[in-house]
Structure formats: C-alpha cells, structure tokens
Design a protein around this ligand. Structure first.
Ligand code: DAH
Length: 345
C-alpha cells in the first residue's frame, strides 16, 4: 500500500517541471507543508508492520529527499531568474550592507597589549629566528655543555652538529643574545615570539607556545629597576589593585633570579582553583643578567648591568580571559575565536 503510493508520487515528482514560481509554490503546498503528502506518508509509515519497516523506511526517506531536492532546484532557478529579468538596480540611497569581519586571535590581542605597555616605557620591539643554534639558545646564555639545566627545556633538535646543534628555540631568551651581539648598549627591548618544546599536548602543556622576553642593559641598572618596571607592567595589564611578589629562583642566565607572582585575578587573593587556593599565580621569570652572559655577547660587564624577564603569553591570556585549555589557542575553532574583540584597524 504505502510502497505503491511512494512509487506513484515518485513518478509524479520526476515528471514535475514547473513553468512559474506559482506552480512551484503549489508543489510545495501539496508535498512539503505540515499537512502535505510527505508528512501523511510518514504518518502511514507508523502503522506498517515491524518486518517491513526497515526497507520501507529507507525508501520513504529517499523519497522525502528527492521532493526537497526538486523543490530547492527550481526555487534557485526561479530566484535567479527573477533577479536577472529585473532591470532596475534598487534604491541607491539605502545604507550599504555590512560584511562579516574576523576577530583578532586572543594571543595577538594580549601580545599587543603587552607590547604597548612596554613601548610607553621606551622599550623597542625586536624579533629573532625560530630555528636557532645551540649557542644562541643555550651556550651564550650560560648553560654549560651537558649541564642538567638544558633538560629544563625539552628541545626539538633539527640537526646535530659538533658543538653547535640546530634546534627550534625553546625560549625567546635567544633573541637577547642576538640583540647584544649585534649592537652596543644601552639595550631596552621586548621580544615577542613563538617557542617550541617537546612536550605531550594536553590542556596544560603544548609543544609550541608564545613568550615575550624583556631586556634592559645600561650603566647602573639595578634590581630595583627590574621590580619597579614589572610592578608597573602588572598594574597596567591587570589593574591597580593587583599585587606582586618575587620568589627567589634559578635560571642559568640571570643572577640573582626570581619568579614573579601576581595576586590571583579571579578570586582577588581569596583562594580558588585557578590559584590552587594560594591566592597567587606565577606569571614570569626574571633576574639580573648574569655577567657571563654579557661577556659572551660582547658587553663589558664591568661597565654595564642589566635585567631580563620572560613570560608566557598563553599563561597571561588564560588569566585575562579565564581560558582553561591551551589547545583552544591552536585549534582554530571559530566558536572560540569569534568571542574575541574585532578590530577594524
Ligand atoms: N627563558 C625562561 C623560560 O623560558 C624565562 C626567563 C626567565 C627569561 C628569566 C628571562 C629571565 O629573561 O630573566 O622559562
């Protein structure tokens, strides 16, 4: 019964070739509306015996698709036909149609914000290569050969070569070295860029991420300058009520070294899961540039002192936007990306 009806309608649909939009509309009203034939057939399908359901269900679905396709095909034809047959160009006084604009990537937004803050303090922006040699990534930065400190950063090696392996840079500190080698003090720069580490990808770790390195070398630069600069930076970026604290730490390229924490931006220091109930979150490493590093780069350490710092842009973006999974930054899911500010300039 149902089978026969489907067969009969299928033939009718195959023959159907409307000459006008009205004919097409009649077709729609006959087959596709709530009380139309397609819906009726589906109603009838409910009464079919269980052993027939499988085969008939497939036929019925195919039938429905062919009705819809036929409708869409002619709908498109009539739509374009009516447009081309009209000679008029419309009302030219109407406002133009807007067009969709993409949004900036959150990491770009935050990098830009960081750069702007330091620019106002007189820092210039510098960049260096992502493919580095051992000298710029490690040795010049006072990592002794075979020293365990090299294991702090799991390196992707590209080419092993005697005394100077080629690798993807593991941090932007390599740009400090290039800058000092190629210029004369004073140096006051920040260096944003992408870095790579051989880590398993998870919500909290990735094999590539972004850093901003900072370097200030001149006569008489002290730890007080370091603290004040970073304190100002934090207040600009996270707001005036944000507190900072410095904890002693170790980096081969700075002496003394410190890590800087800020009061948790989410719970304001009261304790939450983000700050693991400590009220503080670490945002960067810093210290006074080790005299060995200055000398390695041709800067006279008897005359000059300097401070340096390095921070992860992802970490800061996570704090600013409460993002909990690092993978979101590189998956390019528009549902994530379109939530961020759109800038036209
Ligand atoms: N290069 C360090 C890292 O990737 C970060 C860092 C720490 C940079 C201390 C510095 C510094 O310039 O002084 O973990």
């Amino acid at each position: 019964m149902l089978q026969d009806k489907i067969q009969q309608y299928t033939e009718e649909i195959e023959r159907f070739a409307p000459q006008s939009a009205q004919e097409l509309e009649a077709f729609r009203l006959k087959f596709l509306v709530a009380k139309g034939i397609v819906r009726d057939l589906f109603e009838e399908f409910k009464t079919v015996s269980a052993d027939q359901k499988r085969a008939l269900g497939k036929t019925l679905n195919e039938f429905k698709q062919s009705v819809e396709q036929k409708y869409k095909l002619f709908q498109a034809q009539f739509a374009s036909g009516t447009q081309s047959s009209k000679k008029e160009i419309g009302d030219l006084t109407l406002p133009g149609e807007g067009f969709a604009v993409g949004s900036r990537h959150p990491l770009s937004l935050v990098r830009k914000e960081i750069v702007e803050i330091f620019k106002k303090l007189g820092f210039t922006v510098a960049e260096g290569p992502e493919i580095e040699d051992d000298w710029h990534n490690f040795s010049a930065l006072n990592f002794p050969p075979e020293h365990p400190a090299r294991d702090m950063q799991d390196t992707f090696f590209i080419k092993k070569q005697a005394g100077n392996d080629i690798a993807l840079r593991t941090h932007t500190s390599s740009v400090q070295v290039r800058m000092m080698e190629n210029g004369t003090p004073p140096f006051r720069s920040i260096m944003p860029g992408r870095v790579y580490r051989n880590e398993a990808i998870s919500a909290r770790a990735h094999c590539f991420f972004h850093q901003v390195e900072g370097l200030y070398v001149d006569k008489g630069v002290s730890f007080a300058d370091l603290k004040q600069t970073l304190y100002h930076f934090v207040q600009e970026l996270f707001g005036e009520d944000t507190r900072v604290r410095f904890r002693p730490s170790y980096f081969p390229f700075t002496e003394p070294s410190a890590e800087m924490d800020i009061s948790c931006t989410i719970c304001k220091g009261k304790g939450c899961t983000l700050c693991k109930h400590t009220g503080w979150v670490e945002i960067l490493g810093c210290g006074m540039v080790d005299p060995n590093v200055l000398e390695n780069c041709g800067v006279d350490s008897a005359k000059y002192t300097g401070f340096a710092f390095g921070m992860g842009i992802e970490r800061i973006t996570n704090l600013k936007y409460e993002i909990k999974d690092l993978r979101l930054f590189s998956e390019n899911d528009v549902r994530f990306l379109s939530q961020f500010e759109t800038e036209l300039i």
